[in-house]
Write a new protein. Structure first.
Length: 224
């Protein structure tokens, strides 16, 4: 049975790094993985930057021909409509969506077929990023993304981090925030992606699962 996972959220939430990690982890389990880069907003930090890593692992990559050039236009792929309406059997499709409501526009035309095929739309949420530091602002941001993408979020990925300065307490101190977001939005917290070296310090101390991740991309501001 196929699965479609859409990763959406605010700028700097960690969607791209998570998308690469999920793609590699599922490929390591022997799945057919298709990584889709729909980030038409941020030309500096997107899944395409991990294309060599993904392809070397056998992940199929579906990226715009204009990505990483000086032409940054919403370029849709002819194959996307077929991919989302008739996903290959037993395939895992990981979609990296652009930040905030502007980036989510790219998904709107595919919303109906994604819903029909049971797509999971995960809100990747980093409490330490601007505009989502409190519940009211985060709720407003979520509503904007859902309105233009036409796809409601089905779960929250709790990804509190301060880049290389992240410590165990950085993660553990945000539990109440994510529990309240889960209550307000009416969707569950699915898991927390945590750097491998911090996993022993937080595993079992969070009320949801922990998924170890590695840092494959290192932009200038060092946020994963």
């Amino acid at each position: 049975m196929s699965e479609i996972i859409v990763l959406a959220g605010c700028y700097g939430s960690g969607k791209t790094s998570l998308g690469i990690n999920l793609s590699l982890q599922r490929k390591a389990l022997g799945q057919h993985v298709i990584a889709v880069d729909l980030d038409v907003i941020n030309p500096y930090f997107r899944m395409t930057d991990g294309a060599e890593i993904l392809k070397a692992a056998g992940v199929e990559c579906l990226f715009s021909e204009f990505v990483n050039t000086n032409v940054d236009l919403p370029q849709h792929f002819p194959r996307l409509r077929t991919l989302f309406s008739q996903p290959p059997e037993d395939a895992s499709i990981i979609v990296d969506l652009g930040g905030d409501d502007t980036g989510a526009v790219a998904l709107g035309q595919y919303a109906a077929m994604l819903k029909e095929n049971g797509a999971k739309c995960w809100l990747v949420l980093n409490k330490y990023r601007p505009f989502v530091t409190n519940i009211a602002d985060a709720k407003e941001s979520v509503a904007s993304i859902e309105a233009v993408s036409r796809l409601p979020f089905t779960g929250i990925v709790a990804n509190p981090n301060l880049g290389p300065e992240t410590a165990a307490e950085t993660i553990l101190s945000t539990v109440d925030y994510y529990l309240e977001m889960s209550r307000v939005l009416g969707i569950p917290v699915e898991f927390s992606p945590v750097m491998e070296e911090l996993v022993p310090q937080v595993e079992g101390k969070l009320p949801w699962p922990v998924i170890p991740i590695r840092r494959f991309l290192k932009p200038g501001w060092e946020i994963y």
